[in-house]
Design a protein around this ligand. Structure first.
Ligand code: NAP
Length: 251
């Protein structure tokens, strides 16, 4: 029996999330493209529908509890029970600790950790009922520590602990939870970092590639490929893992 699964990808208007959404749709899933601004989701939805897939644009701030509840109810009603979830929405508010504001700290914690908590809590009810689920959380190599990212590195390390606990609690319901920890991926986020430190993006990428064993920076498709594996039907015995997708080993 083949079932069309419904996937939710947050922060899917652009960057890694958009590519993950397109890839899961190509894999045969119906995809809810979730981002802050519903109209910004439309280009990802159009890519998917033009390629013959099924997608729905959903505007939602993942850190807003009632907005998340409304979004997940709407997705269940219009696309089907969401049993695959990729918690990808993210922001950076980089600064050295002595200059980092409490607002910078809270904003990052709210989107990454509170957002992943709220979305997962809302979707897990559908996963437990279906006795099937796949949760993929976006961590980062920054979880290992990164200058200027006390807030972001703490949130991304937190995503790993959250993932492992989900795996332990939800495994008996057929739900797996895994984390992907990307290294340098070429998106608006890394372009913004280059702009903040005042370096041309091409030069920034070239410099980064020198430190990466496969001698290039990553692309959103590199992350989408890993997400596709974790979300696949056959990956049901892989849970609680953190996969560094960084062009080389990480501790
Ligand atoms: P991006 O290009 O900045 O895209 C992030 C998306 O998330 C944007 O569309 C953004 O919407 C959305 N978003 C932000 N806050 C949100 C909220 N509260 N609710 C819903 N959506 C929200 O970033 P990316 O590079 O693709 O990164 C995607 C994920 O991978 C993030 O979790 C990031 O931390 C992680 N990551 C990225 C890299 C990298 O090198 N790029 C490396 C490691 C990990 P707006 O445009 O409206 O702000």
């Amino acid at each position: 029996m083949s079932t069309t699964r419904t996937a939710v990808v947050t922060g899917a208007a652009r960057g890694i999330g958009a590519e993950v959404a397109r890839r899961l749709a190509a894999d045969g899933l119906a995809v809810a493209v979730v981002d802050l601004d519903e109209s910004a989701c439309q280009s990802t939805v159009d890519d998917i529908t033009h390629a013959g897939g099924t997608a729905l644009a959903v505007g939602c701030d993942v850190s807003d509890e009632s907005a998340v509840a409304r979004a997940v109810d709407r997705i269940a009603a219009e696309l089907g029970a969401p049993t695959v979830l990729v918690n990808n929405a993210g922001i950076i508010r980089d600064n050295l600790l002595f200059k980092m504001t409490t607002e910078d700290w809270d904003a990052v914690m709210n989107v990454h950790l509170r957002g992943a908590f709220l979305m997962t809590k809302a979707c897990q009810a559908h996963m437990v009922e279906a006795k099937f689920g796949r949760v993929v959380n976006l961590s980062s190599t920054s979880a290992l520590g990164n200058r200027g990212q006390a807030n972001y590195s703490a949130a991304k390390a937190g995503m790993q602990g959250f993932t492992k606990t989900l795996a332990i609690e939800l495994g008996k319901y057929g739900v797996t939870a895994n984390a992907i920890a990307p290294g340098f991926i070429e998106t608006d986020m890394t372009a913004a970092t280059a702009a903040r430190v005042g370096v041309d993006f091409e030069a920034f990428k070239e410099h980064a590639a020198k430190e990466i064993p496969v001698a290039r920076v990553g692309a959103p498709a590199d992350i989408a490929h890993a997400a596709s594996f974790f979300c696949s039907e056959g990956a049901g015995f892989v849970s609680g893992q953190v996969l560094y997708v960084a062009g080389g080993p990480r501790d």
